[in-house]
Design a protein around this ligand. Sequence first.
Ligand code: BJW
Length: 225
Amino acid sequence: MNIVILTGAGISAESGVPVFRGDDGLWEGHRVEDVATPEGFRRDAEKVHQFYNQRRRKVQAVEPNPAHRALARLAREGSHRVVLITQNIDDLHERAGSPEVLHMHGELLKSRCEECGKVSVCRHDLSRASICDACGGIDCLRPHVVWFGEMPIHLDWIQQELERADEFVSIGTSGRVYPAAGFVEIANESGAKTLELNLDPSEVSGAFDVSRHGPAGELVPAWVD
Ligand code: BJW
């Protein structure tokens, strides 16, 4: 059986990583257009670097939670083929032991050179003075993340996996951002069973066969075990 799983910010909330939308969310105090668009980065790169520097430090100080660990168990010990797609840019699935993770919105602990395209591990702060160690360029490194208006990563691969899915499970995502919010429709068209596990009903809850509501730290281990 092929199980395709999509995770969003809600799965990392109980590790202490803020979600994007809602009270105390990451966007509170930030205009999305300022910190999560290529235009915002062109306007004020230093502000965008500060936003991601703070998040990079925070993510390195938190730990995976029972929901991340349950998904790792499912992939390593279960009898099914598991494809794990995440919209999250943290590395908590990897640190929980998930063998393969498709980061469709990029990775916080990587930088990308806008001149030569080199993607590098990056655990430190970035600034306009950062130098690319591949091409020597200055002021050309950006976070390796996907902003609004940019093309998400691995989309062809994801499309193929959704078309051969027997089960599609969406965990901790508001269903407000496309194309991820449309994956349930592709899975439905493929004849897969569809399940949503989220704190509250998402924007696309109605498209799922079954929707369960509560904290991921409880719902995910209960579903896996
Ligand atoms: C818990 C919990 C707990 C809390 N337990 N649950 C179609 C229609 C309209 C617009 C578009 C469309 N297609 C494309 C667009 C434009 C745009 C878009 O979607 N706009 C919308 C706002 C309408 N999309 C794009 O621009 C995308 N690119 C694109 O479309 O390229 C063109 C193209 C693609 C494909 C084919 C052809 C052309 C790119 C989107 C990039 C998104 N980037 C961000 C930032 C990444 C870097 C970073 O992290 O800073 O990605 S935005 C942000 O939102 C981040 C997230 O991955 C993404 C989704 O958020 P998520 O994970 O759902 O978090 P929240 O906070 O929204 O929700 C958390 C949920 O958890 C809530 O429901 C809580 O209740 C729940 N929760 N605690 C369980 N303990």
